[in-house]
Design a protein around this ligand. Structure first.
Ligand SMILES: Cc1cc2nc3c(=O)[nH]c(=O)nc-3n(C[C@H](O)[C@H](O)[C@H](O)COP(=O)(O)O)c2cc1C
Ligand SMILES: [Mn+2]
Length: 494
């Protein structure tokens, strides 16, 4: 599959051929105009919004690319799933979970000498991020943002890590970076500080091979250890091509459009934000590490790839909803009777619905405790709902049916005291501005809600009756009725 494209550019050609890409030649004046067009596109088309290239951005010669992986079918195309046009979130989750679990297809990266991302090299005083269309995309944002940078950091013991973290442009060679201790990069920064370093080498790839975006944007089974790069090899069928940085020993994806090389501070901080995130809020200012850029390399005629957040069906949300693939694998083994799990985009990924085959009383609650006591759910999920096999967890109508009819709130709702969650949790009661051990904004505090919406038997605590059986017509009679449908004069309603 990956032979069909070797970099972002050839993937864009593929998207164009498949009718998944629109080139906007009309001059756009600002990042906010681009942002508004993208939000409007999502409003009008939901997950069917296309990938867009803005070819004529006022004051810049470099085009802006948005929404490359903002639909499940384009993700399926990028990762070689059959029948990609009709691919569902469920198929993609199951596919990625299997590839991540099996590990047999993971591939060691390949180091190359000549890389397209080295065609142009800029160092010293000439470094100027403002030459690139890094813009303010959402109106309430505190400034221009790099939204889709693949951040590479590492150390001798842990190897390299690749993660996507937002970066706010501060001046021509400085950005802030939203890394915190829940993330591998935050751990690497804190390890460097513990070693006594004031900074850690960092490289940021922009517009890299589409095969790397999902590994970079979701949690891996191991912290760092080149996991993202090797997992990407399983998804593309080829080793990831890496090239050494000009100014450090880090290795970056060779076909990237743009590479920023520099250091991230381990003690020095700066204010960052607000930025309109996937959950649809303009969050308050954070205290964050600083990325100091000392070298930029790029392809000739580079593209600036960026993504949008905020909208229910934005690109960030789509990828965010896949973050828990490793968690999915863990829960598959840990939850008794586990069948499947869905994280609802419409809940901004804060509601997880878990489906179990409940064969014993109490298994619904047991599932709740297991799911909510996992690290991932603690960090990023606020509400867990457990349902039976007869509920289609990909259909909110079914989910509401279970919630409305199978929950006795006194018996079936469990709240858990506040725990440390991702700092951006909008429902959190307090954000912890400076963890004394890390200096940066790291956590927020929020409680958790578990809802057992499974059918109950009289044997369960506090009950004296079973949930009544769901009303269904006699199957033989129904079959007859379907067969004779037109004879009732109901043809128009078939
Ligand atoms: C578009 C996009 C933007 C993201 N921005 C951030 C961010 O600013 N900070 C953060 O901690 N995670 C962010 N994430 C989520 C991380 O990329 C994700 O948790 C990933 O697993 C981090 O890599 P790591 O596990 O190696 O730390 C973002 C994800 C996407 C898709
Ligand atoms: Mn990682």
């Amino acid at each position: 599959m990956s032979s069909r494209y070797r970099d972002l550019r050839s993937f864009l050609q593929l998207l164009e051929k498949e009718g998944e890409l629109v080139r906007i030649k009309t001059k756009v004046k600002t990042g906010e105009e681009i942002g508004s067009i993208m939000i409007e596109l999502n409003d009008r088309n939901g997950l069917d919004a296309p990938c867009v290239i803005f070819e004529n951005v006022a004051n810049y010669t470099i085009p802006v690319v948005k929404n490359v992986l903002g639909s499940f079918r384009r993700i399926a195309l990028a990762y070689g799933l059959p029948n990609w046009r009709n691919a569902t979130r469920k198929e993609i989750v199951h596919y990625l979970a299997r590839k991540m679990e099996e590990r047999k297809d993971w591939k060691k990266s390949k180091i190359v000498k000549d890389a397209p991302c080295k065609e142009v090299k800029i160092t010293g005083k000439k470094v100027d991020l403002k030459k690139f269309p890094i813009l303010k995309w959402h109106s309430p944002d505190g400034g221009p943002y790099i939204t889709f940078g693949g951040v590479v950091m590492g150390d001798k013991e842990w190897g390299q890590n690749l993660g996507i973290y937002r970066m706010m442009l501060q001046n021509k060679n400085t950005t802030s970076m939203l890394v915190n201790l829940l993330q591998d990069s935050g751990k690497l920064v804190s390890r460097a500080r513990d070693r006594g370093s004031d900074e850690i080498d960092c490289a940021v790839a922009l517009g890299f091979h589409p095969g790397l975006y999902i590994p970079a944007g979701i949690k891996m089974p191991t912290v760092a250890r080149n996991a993202e790069l090797e997992f990407a090899g399983a998804l593309t069928g080829q080793p990831t091509e890496l090239v050494k940085c000009e100014t450090s020993d880090l290795y970056v994806p060779a076909t990237s459009e743009i590479i920023l090389e520099g250091t991230v501070t381990t003690k020095e901080t700066m204010d960052e934000g607000p930025f309109c995130e996937w959950m649809g809020y303009a969050e308050e200012v954070s205290v964050l590490p600083i990325f100091k850029v000392r070298c930029i390399t790029h392809r000739r005629n580079p593209l600036l790839q960026s993504c949008m957040s905020v909208h229910t069906y934005s690109e960030t949300q789509v990828i965010q909803s896949l973050q828990g693939i490793n968690w999915y694998n863990q829960m598959r083994k840990a939850v008794v009777g586990f069948k499947d799990m869905n994280i609802l985009l419409e809940s901004r990924c804060y509601l997880a619905v878990v489906q179990v085959r409940k064969r014993m009383p109490g298994w619904g609650k047991q599932a709740l405790y297991t799911v909510l006591s996992s690290g991932f759910a603690m960090a990023t999920v606020n509400v867990v709902m457990v349902v039976d096999e007869d509920v289609n967890i990909y259909d909110w109508k079914d989910i509401l049916f279970a919630l409305g009819t199978r929950v006795d709130p006194e018996l079936d709702v469990v709240t858990f005291p506040a725990v440390a969650t991702n700092a951006l949790n909008p429902a959190a009661r307090i954000r912890i501005p400076r963890d004394p051990n890390s200096l940066f904004t790291n956590f927020a505090m929020c409680s958790k809600l578990g809802i057992d919406a499974t059918k109950k038997s009289a044997a369960e605590v506090g009950r004296s009756r079973d949930t009544p059986p769901v009303a269904v017509q006699d199957e033989a009679i129904l079959r007859e009725v379907r067969k004779n449908w037109d004879t009732y004069g109901l043809k128009k309603y078939s």
